[in-house]
Design a protein around this ligand. Sequence first.
Ligand code: 0X9
Ligand code: ZN
Length: 414
Amino acid sequence: MKLIFLLLLAAWGVCAEDVAKFDGYKVFRMSPKTQEQNDLLLNLATSDDLDFWTEVNNAGIPVDVMVKPEDQKAFTNAMLKNGMNPEIYIEDVQSLIETQTVGRYAGERAMTWTNYYSLTDIYKWLADTAAANPGVVSVVVGGTTSQGRQIRGVKIAKSSGKRVVVVEGGIHAREWISPATVTWIINEILTSTDPAFRKVADSFEWHLFPSTNPDGYEFTFTSNRMWRKTRTQYGSCIGADPNRNWNAHWMEQGTSNQPCSDTYGGPRAFSEIETSSFSSYIRTLGSRMDAYISFHSYSQLLLLPYGHTSAPLDNYTQMMQIGRAALTALARRYGTSYQIGNIAEAIYPASGGSIDWVKQEFKTPIVVCYELRDTGRYGFLLPTNQIIPNNQEIIDSLIAMFVEGEKFGYVTLG
Ligand code: 0X9
Ligand code: ZN
């Protein structure tokens, strides 16, 4: 009797875990051509029932929206009525989620990049990597989270006194390719034998953080694969968008003051302990930084500051040239094509993001944000067999970015 009770309890426990399912959810792609069509989408973007996978933009980039089964008919009708032809891009989100393999890190630094890894596994790998490279690699804590986790990264420095490069990954939880790119870069810095990359790797003191939103990332593994924000409680809603929460034209554009929104900027700038603590860490590096590189997905874009205005501020012109060189190199290996521009011109005005804050505070010469693969066929659910190709082409682009940057005196290599 007691046993049956325990079994029932266990079964109930499994159900009560409440993992979000996306059976029958579709992702539709729209290509708005007129201002009215754009405005309609912008209006819909305020609805909590629709999940906009890409921002509504004024750059002619298509807009992808995930719609639950019961809303699909009304949604399609509304689109058709307004002259937009919604294309089904992902038939069934749940089945795509289920094809995505999650690896278990087996220790011995055996991360394979043919799988995605949980936060715990990534942190174990960081610790093992540091232990295997004493005096060169150390685990650093870049901040903390509302649920008490640490934002862990590694500092890699073969000697002291070098200029600094900061690499930020995973600020948006569901963009799993981002942490996988950052761990790859860490590994390449330590093991690459390519002379061109070695020169870049050995020229700096690196601070690399695979997951700057650990609560959110963990939540995408345990409860909801499509989670984007932090996990701070705001009334009946949870989380602020950690890339709208920085003190850089906070809450001005492309952000929401509604706690349920996926682009909720938070009650005030740096309300999130993640962004406030991580920004304090960055401030300790301050003017020692030559470069700050942030990884998001998806859309294949290389974005420059700023998001509050499309004006070509600071070293925009030079960075466009450097960025173009990076993207030419990126395309060479697999033909992958990225677009470039400042945030406001390449996508849509959106303020309060990390790269804007870094540029505003420190005028760091090279400040970029990559929106990694793909262009929407799989979106956030990038198949694991694309992790390595994605990572390789990113390394190609980073080499070119630093080589071109040296021509402007932004970095010194060698
Ligand atoms: O909206 C974002 O934060 C990024 N796009 S995403 O689809 N990954 O969410 C763009 C980052 C550019 N920075 C700003 N918009 N501030
Ligand atoms: Zn993102």
